[in-house]
Design a protein around this ligand. Sequence first.
Ligand SMILES: [Zn+2]
Length: 259
Amino acid sequence: MQVYKLIDSHCHIFSSEFDEDRLNILEKALEVGVVGIIESALDLKTALKILNEIKHPSTNLKIYLSIGLNPCCITGHIFNETVGFIEENLKNLTAIGEVGLDFYLMQDSIGREKQISYFKRFISLSKEENLPIIVHSRSAGKYAIQILVEEKAEKVLLHAFDGSSKSAKLGVENGFFFSIPPSITYSIQKQKLVEKLPLEQLLLETDSPSLSPYRNIRNTPENLVISLREVARIKEVDLKDVAEITFKNTVKLFNIKSL
Ligand SMILES: [Zn+2]
């Protein structure tokens, strides 16, 4: 099989699901061409674990740190602590995120308003620190894009966007990027999204351990090639070209210099 150089633009390999076999999983990804991952920590303990790996690498696969918070679990204290970490570790940070809105898990309007207010604060921090922002927008795609536009967000990745391609269009017009997970194999919504969005604004992600190409199985960065294959098939473009363009898009968005 031909191997193409790829970057997993959003995953969680340092979560406990990979405590038994992390290194093995990363090596397997490297074998199929995944040369880098943007690893999203959702708490400080995980972020410190990733920082340690970045300083003392145990694999040739390059790891980039992004830190965010699950929108359902933010308190003022956790938010302030996370912002403190971001400000102290700017030189080791590649992005802020994932942050955003989860209207699937949060049904009541007061809770949703709270999520929106923290989301706006993260957007403004990403602009102040000139860091890209990785956005989680479960059952809230349309609202997330509206807020990002209103708040004039600059470097945006909408990961695993689950809204309509009509809602995504406003994001495209504003220069936002969209990353496509391996669950595209069975998600008609993701297939439609890829059909409608320009390749120049697409990235590949796995969101490991979630969004596997097969339901209820742990996802791994090795499956990034499945996202690649599906995007190439839907767009009717050569694998090589999709690999090159999505790689270039990722490097551009995250300002990656050392790959
Ligand atoms: Zn995620």
